[in-house]
Design a protein around this ligand. Sequence first.
Ligand SMILES: CC1=C(/C=C/C(C)=C/C=C/C(C)=C/C=O)C(C)(C)CCC1
Ligand SMILES: [Fe+2]
Length: 352
Amino acid sequence: MTDPESADVNERSTARYRDYGVSDGCRRALVRWVVVPSWVLLGFLVVTFAVVRATGVSVPPSYRYAPFLVSIVVFGLPHGAVDHLVPARLRDEKPDLVSVGRVMAVYTVLVVMYAVVWFVAPGLAFVFFIGLTLYHWGQGDLHASLGFLRTNLGSRLGRAVTLVSRGSMPMLVPLLAFPEEYRDVADAVIRVFDPRGAETIAFAFEPAFRFSVGVFLVVFVSATVYLSRSSFEAGELALLGVYFATVPPILAVGFYFCFWHSTRHIGRLIALDPVAVSHVEDGNATRALLRFGRDAAPLTAGAVVIFAALWLVASPPATVEGFFALYLILLAALTLPHAGVVTLMDRVQRVW
Ligand SMILES: CC1=C(/C=C/C(C)=C/C=C/C(C)=C/C=O)C(C)(C)CCC1
Ligand SMILES: [Fe+2]
C-alpha cells in the first residue's frame, strides 16, 4: 500500500502533467498573449516583405541584426536563463543549492565539450548547431501545439514527424529560399575558427543537396498534415513556411527566436511556476512575466559576461557581422544543455 501522502503527491503531479503542464486557465492566457501575437507579427512581416520585394525597395542590411541584438535582453537569452530552476520545479520542489548546482555542473561540462568541437572542427560544429536547433525549436513548437492549442497529433510517430517539420521551417527553408545569405552566415561563423569558412561545408550549398532538402521538407510536411489532421497544425506550418521563404533570413530567424520560440517557452515556464500561475489565473499576466524576468535576470547577466570573455579569447573582426557570428556561437554552446533541460521537461510533461 502507498502511504496517503505520496499518493496525494502522485495524484497532484498526474493532474498537473495531464495537459502537458498547462492548465486550462493558463492555456487561454497563453493563446491570447503568446500565440495570437506571434501569428500577427509573422503575418505582418510576410505582407511587409512581399510588398518590399514587389516594389524593389531595399532594406539596409544592418537592420537585419536588430532582433538578434534585442534577444540579448528581451526574451531570447532570458528564455534559457531559468534552466537551473526547472528540474526542481518539475519535481514540485523548491530549487535548492543541490538542484541548482547539479544543473550548473552538467551545463558547464556540455558547454566546454562543445566549445572544444568548435575549435577542432568548426564546420562540423556548425552543421551540428543547425541540427540541434532544428531539434530544439521543433520540440518547443511540438509542446506548444499540444499544450497551448491542444492539437491531437496522433501517435508517437505523428509527434516525431511534427517535431522535424516544425524545426525544419527556420533551419531548412532559408537554405532553399536564400542560399547566399545562409552561406554568408555559415561563413562568418566558421571563419571565427577557420579561415576557410563555409568552404569546409561546401556540400550543403550544392544544387543536389538543396534539392534533397526540398524533397525532405515536402515529405515531412505532408506526413505531418496527414497524421495530425489538424487545421491548426497545417495553418501554423503554412505560416512558418511562407514566412521563412519571404522574409530575409537573419531578420526572420531573429524575430522567430525572440517572439515565437522564446515567448512560447517562457509561457511554458510560467505554467510550471505555481505562484506565476496564480497571477495568470487572477488575470495578472504582467505580474507573472515580471516574476519570470526576476528569475531570469542573474543568469542572463552571467551569459553576457561569458559572451564578453569569448570576445576577448576569439577576437573576431570588430564589425556587426563579427559580433553576430560570435553571438551565434554563444547561443550554440548554451543551446546544447538547454535542449537537454527541455527534453527533461518533455519527458516529465508527457509530450512523448
Ligand atoms: C541566423 C541565421 C541562421 C541560423 C541561426 C541559428 C542556428 C540560430 C540559433 C539560435 C538558437 C539555438 C537560440 C537558442 O534557442 C541560418 C539558419 C544559418 C540562416 C541564416 C540566418
Ligand atoms: Fe529554447
